[in-house]
Design a protein around this ligand. Sequence first.
Ligand SMILES: Nc1ncnc2c1ncn2[C@@H]1O[C@H](COP(=O)(O)OP(=O)(O)O)[C@@H](O)[C@H]1O
Ligand SMILES: NC(=O)OP(=O)(O)O
Length: 311
Amino acid sequence: MATLVLAIGGNAITKPNEKGTFAEQVKNIRKVTDQLVELVAKGHRLVLVHGNGPQVGNLLIKNELAKEVVPAMPLYVCVSNTQGSLGLGLQQQLKNSLKKAGIDKDIITMITQVVVDPNDLAFTNPTKPIGPFYTEEEAKKLIAQQGYHMVEDSGRGWRRVVPSPVPLRIVEARAIKKALEQDMIVVAAGGGGIPVMEKDGELYGVDGVIDKDLAALKLALEVNADILFLLTGVPKVAINFGKPNEKQLDKMTVEEAEQYYREGHFPPGSMGPKIRAAIDFVKAGGKKAVIGLLEEALSAVEGKAGTTITR
Ligand SMILES: Nc1ncnc2c1ncn2[C@@H]1O[C@H](COP(=O)(O)OP(=O)(O)O)[C@@H](O)[C@H]1O
Ligand SMILES: NC(=O)OP(=O)(O)O
């Protein structure tokens, strides 16, 4: 029996060519949960972490459009909202997938807060892409009219970026471990967790979107995970991504990954944090990290798909 932490990309749950309806999200989620059945049947412990980039960005747009009618919620509350909606999607679809296979297991989605540093440089340098993809022309309009920070995201179009502070501590870590010990499947640190700061012994929310790959790394270390899976929209990690000389990799050592990272093959806000999380997980003693396609989760777990990072 192994403890597996699976991080599911927000862009894999709402794909760049989709509208972002809940029905689309559920359809994509179900493809993963159907594959998780076999892992549960084999007795593995599962912790699921989901992204929320597209979903939290869409929620912010709704807030902004409706702010004359109902009060807009802060970004950190929107992150919490996505933990609820995507937690529902995962919890419900996994329950359905397991039931079909005759497995009755408790699944819990934990509202998860993550402590960040008030002096994190991310607050003055937004890098986390959220929401829909825009053309360059549309992006320039939004920058001028709304004051958004926007960047080009991995050849897919332009996106709004928000601060993405480094996760320091998972407030609910003990509760998550207790739920795992009770044989539950846990959905936690969704959207990277709700960013919070500590002041005078109290917690309060702060606006930002933590990278869920880095939060998944923190959680994987907390629960002593054997393997960290980072499931996304590409089958493998590539060097020279999107260029004529692109090369997809089946495996990398930590040293090779660090070398490619230094050479700039992995952009911030997309593949960069996945590689960082994979390197740090293996360096901290994890058996391996695997980056691959959401739809190939089971093959990735079996080592037959994705890019594996080992010592
Ligand atoms: N070197 C690379 N190899 C593979 N994909 C890359 C690379 N660099 C950038 N990407 C892009 O990064 C994306 C994964 O990041 P992102 O979509 O932000 O993740 P998530 O699925 O967690 O939301 C891939 O779908 C791909 O478009
Ligand atoms: N919060 C987060 O990292 O979301 P994505 O996986 O959608 O980028």
